[in-house]
Design a protein around this ligand. Structure first.
Ligand SMILES: N[C@H](CCC[C@H](N)C(=O)O)C(=O)O
Length: 297
């Protein structure tokens, strides 16, 4: 059989876009390099590509872009844009940052770089052949950042759902609501977290973290991510869960092992910054059909 990938598509070669798919603890991403091919993606293509049944499958679609003038001034090697499975662009994703930094380390042979994202210039470090750390933050709790429909007590959110109550709202480039529970095993994530995500208090949705403090330095965490999916891991969610444990006075530790359904991330808190570390892996690479669309910014 003729195994030239382009051969399997009816579409003209110009409609085929090369991608690499990576994951960090099963939080999976379809990644495109827009430095070499400036064409953009339609919303409908993003939705299909992220759907494993009819596309590639991913929790987000990522594009690697040339840095903006501000990025260049900040020493960024490249810029990353992040699109949720509904096609909406969001500003932060911890595991995606680690995966893209790994690709860029392979490209330039380095072991430290600055990646420009909607959450700012992020310092990334290679800490092993398949291990990357990223410094995320500053973590904040300004209600206007989220945005919230009205000003509320960010450390004691006026929303509850089943065992989820007394939540904390934290911003780390994207919005999170973190709820500590006695036992994560007793939480039905889709049933209990979805009503929080959908609450009118969060007009743009919110990533809902459900955390159990196992001991002063260990958290079990599950995250119901915008726009309403249970991911295997959430890097920004791990950082804000650790920060919330400290802010709530539940732990005085500044180092946390955060156990997610897909595995373990470590989070080291440095004031309002969080250094999040963990493994990355490459799943596959190939081409996928996407309607050619002119450049946009
Ligand atoms: N999984 C990602 C978060 C994606 C955030 C996205 N779902 C949002 O709408 O903010 C992480 O590792 O941080």
């Amino acid at each position: 059989m003729h195994f030239d990938v382009a051969h399997f598509f009816e579409a003209p070669p110009a409609a085929l876009r090369p991608f690499v798919k990576m994951h960090g603890l099963g939080n999976h991403f379809v990644i495109f390099d827009r430095r070499t091919d400036r064409r953009a993606f339609r919303n409908a293509d993003i939705v299909r590509i992220c759907d494993a049944r009819i596309g590639v499958g991913g929790d987000q679609l990522l594009t690697i872009e040339p840095p903006s003038p501000e990025g260049i001034a900040g020493g960024a090697y490249a810029r990353m844009r992040i699109f949720n499975i509904d096609g909406r662009e969001v500003s932060a994703c911890g595991n995606a940052t680690r995966c893209v930094a790994h690709l860029l380390f392979r490209e330039n042979g380095g072991s430290a770089l600055v990646l420009e994202t909607g959450a700012g210039m992020l310092n990334c470090r290679r800490t092993g052949s398949l291990e990357v750390s990223v410094e995320l933050g500053p973590i904040g709790w300004n209600w206007r950042d989220f945005p919230l429909a009205r000003e509320v007590d960010m450390r004691n959110l006026p929303v509850r759902s089943g065992p989820l109550q007394n939540g904390t709202a934290l911003w780390i480039g994207n919005p999170h609501a973190v709820f500590f529970v006695d036992s994560l095993a007793e939480v039905d994530l889709a049933r209990h977290a979805a009503p929080i995500h959908d609450d009118p208090l969060f007009p743009e949705g919110v990533n809902v973290g459900v955390a159990e403090l196992v001991d002063a330095g260990t958290i079990r965490l599950a995250v119901w991510e915008r726009p309403g999916i249970a991911t295997r891991a959430c890097g920004t969610g791990a950082c804000v869960a650790a920060f919330a444990a400290r802010q709530k006075g539940l732990s005085a530790s500044d180092r946390f092992n955060v156990h997610l359904p897909g595995g373990r991330l470590t989070v080291e808190l440095q004031g309002t910054m969080a250094v999040m570390s963990g493994p990355v892996a490459t799943c596959c690479a190939g081409v996928v059909e996407a309607e050619p669309v002119a450049d946009f910014e």
